[in-house]
Design a protein around this ligand. Structure first.
Ligand code: MLT
Length: 316
């Protein structure tokens, strides 16, 4: 009878109940930006009902992810999370769910480059001068991040290792509050996604020095920034991806509707224009299929686990 009821419910999904997308970082940051743009593009393919964003920050995105893992698998509580999904298994020791088995994978949304930016008072006029400043200020550098396990934290880990320079981590609930403090000069450096840094770079509120992708970006604002590889950091590459999830056990009729709606959203010219304007690349490859998404996350878990173990940090 329950299966019948679930089946019937699946047919009329989505009904009039609002769909909630949990974002595991503070409002106003890059993850929130992707979620709000995506919600806009999902509205029509999901029947025009309301889609609300629920910011649930903390513990390397695992607090928000846990809320979705234990939610009713009825399609009305979803998760938008980034690369943090692949670091949780290594970083969060007491996590109440398994990334690999406790979610339905609804598809990858986009890939987002990161930028290395500094407070506006930073005297350096290019990456070489910034690198010299770092060498001259060892032990005195404050590097912002959105908490252990965040994208900004991972980029910061790799950057400190590449520069052979320890920096003092200054954690925030997201890189929205982090970039506010950077603008105020309270911290010196931040590695953050272009979806968040582009407007601040354009407004000259922060100073941008390099990008973390192997190739230079193509947006008018960022195309002249060198890659960190160009500046001598061999093999340095961090690209942040965002995935869409439902709780395990959500009926296949519902996960299919959600994945179909995602594919419509990813082709929405408005969504693509917004994302590309901020340096992001909307996903078009096999990762937009649930199986492709799941395989990709498993590969990312394997990639990041040794890097995080070597850093010896935990998010809880
Ligand atoms: C955010 O949305 O605040 C960022 O994704 C935080 C981070 O992961 O650096």
């Amino acid at each position: 009878l329950a299966a019948l009821a679930a089946g019937a419910h699946a047919q009329d999904f989505p009904g009039s109940k609002p769909i909630s997308i949990v974002v595991p970082f503070a409002a106003g940051g890059p993850t929130d930006r992707v979620a709000r743009d995506l919600a806009e593009a999902l509205r029509k393919p999901l029947g025009g009902g309301s889609i609300v964003i629920d910011n649930v920050p903390g513990a390397g995105s695992s607090i928000g992810a846990a809320k979705v893992a234990r939610a009713n698998p009825d399609g009305y509580t979803l998760l938008l999370n980034h690369i943090g999904m692949s670091t949780i298994p290594t970083l969060v020791r007491n996590v109440p769910f398994k990334v690999e088995t406790d979610f339905e994978y609804l598809g990858i949304v986009n890939d987002v480059p990161m930028t290395l930016i500094a407070k506006p008072q930073m005297a350096a006029n290019n990456y070489k001068e910034l690198s010299a400043w770092i060498a001259a200020n060892k032990g005195k550098i404050n590097l912002g991040n959105a908490g252990v396990g965040s994208a900004s934290h991972l980029c910061g880990l790799l950057y400190q290792t590449a520069m052979k320079t320890e920096m003092t981590p200054v954690p925030y609930k997201g890189t929205a509050p982090a970039i506010t403090d950077l603008i105020g000069g309270q911290i010196d450096l931040l590695c953050d996604q272009t979806t968040n840094t582009s407007p601040q770079i354009e407004a000259k509120k922060v100073k941008a020095y390099a990008v973390t992708t192997p190739q230079r970006l193509t947006t008018p604002l960022l195309k002249n920034l060198p890659t960190l590889q160009e500046e001598g950091l061999k093999g340095f590459e961090v690209t942040i991806w965002h995935g869409f999830y439902a709780p395990k056990g959500t009926p296949p009729a519902i996960t299919k509707k959600l994945n179909d709606a995602l594919k419509v959203a990813l082709k929405d010219p408005e969504f693509i224009k917004k994302q590309e304007g901020l340096g992001a690349v909307v996903a078009t490859d096999g990762r937009i299929e649930p199986e492709g998404h799941k395989k990709f996350v498993a590969a990312e878990i394997a990639k990041w686990s040794p890097i995080i173990k070597a850093a010896g940090v935990y998010a809880d």
